[in-house]
Design a protein around this ligand. Structure first.
Ligand SMILES: C[S@@+](CC[C@H](N)C(=O)[O-])C[C@H]1O[C@@H](n2cnc3c(N)ncnc32)[C@H](O)[C@@H]1O
Length: 297
């Protein structure tokens, strides 16, 4: 017996879309009605609801984190790959080499910090790819304070990311020069501890206040803003600028653009940008205390 058909009425869709927008910045445009209906019907029926209206009502009134987490997961994709958009990792290597030339005393100066962030990291492929490149430039024991923060709204993918375990076919996405950082196990590959210890994973909804207190040298925020309305995208990247060091590198997804933010970022091409030193800072980053703050300070 299949799942009964529930009809998502336009009014309920609008309510749901508004709640999703407020909570996550994710924009569900009108044509997404059938997509939402098909993604949520099975869940709604399994919870015993007879219609979308009752489900929306309960979502609206409840601080039901578990259910919200299900909704986010259903409406977004966690698709990622190691070295996705490989040119960004070439740029990263260049940026790190340049940084090492400009900070010649980095090994002896105890105040030196290098901070990277994978924002919307999915199951960690992007953050580990950054760590491979960091290891290539500085080794796995760089001898100074260097950290990669990786955050996502979806706690399930973060669990997988922390585990550092992937299907064997993912190995083909990792350039040969990094294969010694990966161990082949039964039907899977595992990220070496030397690489894994460079990355700290944490849950963060990018629409919530950001707890990080450091300034980032590199931010990869790729294929996340694509879900946001234009206003949300602008806010997101403005907040990124506020949290980045001058001349820091920002990479966004291939279908995302920062052309509206010419005051803040200089385009390098291929959806990579440099934070302008004279950047006009419109709003201060939000600080609050939670785990991500410790990880990223
Ligand atoms: C398509 S994946 C991109 C993964 C990786 N950045 C890449 O480019 O391969 C998008 C990720 O963004 C996350 N995401 C969506 N909305 C978010 C939000 N408001 N805050 C934090 N992460 C979010 C999703 O959970 C998902 O893991």
């Amino acid at each position: 017996v299949g799942t009964p058909n529930l009809i998502l009425k336009r009014g309920d869709f609008n309510r749901l879309a508004q709640m999703v927008l407020e909570r996550t910045g994710i924009c569900l445009s009108d044509h997404k009605l059938y997509f939402v209906q098909s993604r949520l019907t099975e869940r709604i029926v399994s919870l015993g609801y007879q219609n979308f209206a009752d489900y929306c009502r309960d979502l609206e009134k409840a601080e039901n984190e578990q259910e919200w987490s299900f909704v986010f997961k259903s409406l977004t994709t966690n698709l990622s790959r190691f070295f996705r958009e490989a040119h960004h990792f070439e740029l990263l290597e260049k940026a790190l080499l340049e940084w090492s030339l400009q900070n010649k005393d980095y090994k002896t100066d105890p105040t030196t910090k290098l901070r990277l962030w994978s924002a919307g990291c999915a199951a960690g492929q992007e953050a580990y790819s950054m760590a491979f490149v960091v290891a290539k430039v500085f080794g796995t024991d760089p001898g100074f304070d260097i950290r990669i923060l990786a955050t996502d709204i979806n706690k399930d993918v973060l669990d997988q990311a922390c585990e550092g375990k992937y299907e064997t076919y993912c190995l083909k996405d990792i350039p040969q020069e990094f294969h010694h950082y990966v161990r082949e196990d039964k039907n899977c590959i595992r990220i070496h501890e030397d690489i894994a210890q460079m990355v700290k994973f944490g849950a963060l909804n990018l629409m919530d206040p950001w707890p990080m207190q450091c300034r980032f040298d590199v931010v990869f925020c790729r294929n996340v803003a694509i879900y946001f309305a234009p206003e949300g995208q602008k806010k997101l990247f403005t907040k990124c600028a506020n949290l980045m060091k001058d001349h820091g590198l920002l990479c966004v997804g291939h279908s995302e653009t920062l052309l509206d933010l010419k005051d803040l970022f200089l385009p390098l091409g291929q959806t990579a940008y440099v934070k302008k030193p004279t950047a006009f800072v419109q709003e201060k980053p939000d600080f609050s205390s939670d785990k991500t703050q410790e990880q990223a300070s």
